[in-house]
Design a protein around this ligand. Structure first.
Ligand code: IPE
Ligand code: IPE
Ligand code: MG
Length: 250
């Protein structure tokens, strides 16, 4: 080993994924968009399994954005049906593998049947100490931040919190991700290089990996490749490379 400086980051504690490209995957095959979503569920299973096997404690998957409600009604309906089906079939696996299910997003806007199965699955798995699998459903980062600000403003108006007591930690504790570490790595598939309102607060110092692979084609080897790229990064958090223990520039 050549360097005695700080080692490259080990595996991330929290990986978040913007699962994009289902529609284009289907279009390339002359199939309706919803077939892409169906195949996307397979990729969800493959990546969750890989993360769990590697011992990554937190995996967050962006499945449906608040903005996605604006899509054609039949597509939205199919996505909700797939979600319901996925949640309905996954419980035995989640329990067997000690996975805890969480959700982030504006939950009241989801259909009742989805909310019911979500709440059943979350209660059934809340004691699990293995990986935490979080689904972003009806999620948008700005919306989450506004909901947190509103809750704090209500507390301040009621006199239960002083404005000066609102620190970054207090604010973070009001976000949907309360108690979770910030994502170390955010992966986006399908070649789009944008954030699309995902984990805006939490990704302040996340590393991003963008890949052209469409989500239904994303499997274990693509996930491992993204993790490998992450381990080659040098996170500096605003410090100099030297302070952060990066190897000296050549
Ligand atoms: C991601 O795939 C899934 C959701 C956003 C629900 P898309 O449906 O966005 O697929 P593209 O981007 O149109 O190919
Ligand atoms: C982001 O994908 C949302 C999810 C993956 C759930 P979109 O396809 O909705 O994002 P844009 O519209 O390309 O930015
Ligand atoms: Mg898309």
């Amino acid at each position: 080993m050549a360097s005695t400086g700080s080692a490259p980051p080990a595996l991330p504690r929290h990986v978040a994924v913007i699962m994009d490209g289902n529609g284009r995957w289907a279009a390339l095959r002359g199939l309706p968009r919803v077939e892409g979503h169906r195949m996307g569920v397979r990729a969800v299973r493959a990546v969750s399994e890989c993360a769990r096997e590697l011992g990554i404690p937190y995996l967050t998957l962006y499945a449906f954005s608040l903005e996605n409600w604006g899509r054609p009604e039949p597509e939205v309906r199919t996505l909700m049906a797939l979600l319901q089906e996925f949640l309905g079939s996954e419980l035995p696996d989640l329990l067997r593998h000690g996975i805890r299910l969480r959700v982030i997003g504006e939950i009241p806007s989801l259909p009742l049947a989805v909310r019911q199965i979500l709440s059943r699955t979350m209660s059934a798995t809340e004691g699990n100490a293995g990986m935490t699998l979080t689904l972003g459903l009806s999620y948008a980062g700005r919306n989450e931040i506004v909901r947190a600000a509103r809750a704090l403003a209500a507390d301040a108006a009621a006199g239960t919190i002083r404005p000066e007591a609102v620190t970054e930690d207090v604010f973070a504790s009001r976000l949907d991700t309360a108690g979770m570490p910030d994502p170390d790595l955010v992966i986006r598939t399908s070649g789009e290089i944008r954030v699309s309102n995902f984990l805006l607060w939490q990704s302040a110092y996340a590393e991003y990996v963008f890949t052209d692979v469409l989500w239904p084609d994303f499997g274990k080897s693509e996930f491992l490749q993204a993790l490998e790229e992450y381990t080659r990064r040098h996170r500096r958090y605003g410090l100099t490379g030297e302070q952060a223990g990066a190897p000296p520039a050549k």
